[in-house]
Design a protein around this ligand. Structure first.
Ligand SMILES: Nc1ncnc2c1ncn2[C@@H]1O[C@H](COP(=O)(O)OP(=O)(O)OP(=O)(O)O)[C@@H](O)[C@H]1O
Length: 254
């Protein structure tokens, strides 16, 4: 029974990936159909016994294969919004639709499933396992996503090649520069073929040359992996590569 069950779950995983890839192709083909819609989203926290309204009625859309930036001063609410889009938090009011489905009203478990399969995350600090090589870090992401084992090697090599690290795949994080570590983090985030990549200040720790390299990698993966990227930034020098910039002031777009 154990053998049958594991065979069955591998088959389901493969089916699931095939279905997902077909869905992505269909969605990515229609670039006018939004991948994600945010409607009238508000988020209020309780801070020191007082309500603190951090998001005050946000409307936005992410279309397939777009690079969208959220720009604003520290404290304007960018990370709070990114957390809602990524399903790490839920809005106090308003709606978020992902692939046309009501993300805002799903249970924690449902959102976690959607997040694991459909989304990738990149943070300011690279979140790599220090004792694992670049290759092993990306492979770990595939293992955790339940990606079919027979496809790991080809997919890991492909993703590291895409981010320009084919020759350094057996280096560990401490043997790589900050920009290279961030590129491993990108390979890790896209390995399971998400349709949406969310990045919180991905260039904040990098000098302008390395930041430009990261933006070039983003443009490459949008084209080749058909992913949509939504990122926050303070950096005015990288805004020109965005398809759309949402400027946030005090919890609203201006
Ligand atoms: N869980 C929370 N409880 C209470 N207040 C919070 C919580 N999360 C965020 N805030 C407050 O919401 C406001 C916006 O925070 P947020 O992190 O979204 O801003 P940001 O634009 O991403 O800033 P930065 O660029 O510095 O990261 C801040 O005043 C912050 O203190």
């Amino acid at each position: 029974m154990g053998w049958w069950k594991s065979r069955q779950s591998v088959a389901e995983t493969i089916d699931d990936h095939v279905h997902k890839q077909e869905q992505h192709k269909a969605d990515a083909g229609d670039v006018t159909k939004p991948l994600l819609v945010v409607e009238g989203v508000e988020r209020t926290f309780q801070a020191g016994g007082q309500p603190l309204q951090v998001l005050k009625g946000i409307h936005m859309e992410l279309l397939p294969r777009q690079l969208v930036m959220l720009r604003g001063r520290s404290g304007s609410g960018k990370t709070t919004l990114l957390n809602l889009i990524g399903g790490l938090d839920q809005p106090s009011n308003g709606h978020i639709f992902f692939h046309g489905k009501p993300f805002h009203s799903m249970s924690d478990d449902q959102r976690t499933k959607v997040r694991r399969k459909e989304m990738g995350f990149i943070f300011q600090a690279y979140a790599l396992m220090p004792l694992l090589s670049a290759y092993e870090n990306v492979e770990l992401a595939l293992r955790m996503a339940g990606y079919p084992g027979g496809e790991w090697k080809a997919r890991v090599e492909h993703c590291l090649d895409l981010v320009g690290l084919a020759k350094r795949m057996h280096h560990r994080p401490f043997e790589l520069s900050g920009g290279e570590q961030q590129r491993v983090a990108i390979a890790k985030a896209i390995a399971h073929r998400p349709s949406l990549l969310l990045a919180d200040e991905p260039t904040a720790e990098l000098d302008s040359q390395m930041a430009a390299q990261i933006m070039a990698v983003f443009q490459t993966i949008i084209r080749t992996e058909q992913v949509t990227i939504c990122m926050t930034t303070h950096d005015p020098t990288i805004l020109e590569v965005a398809d759309h910039v949402y400027e946030m002031v005090d919890g609203k777009f201006i």
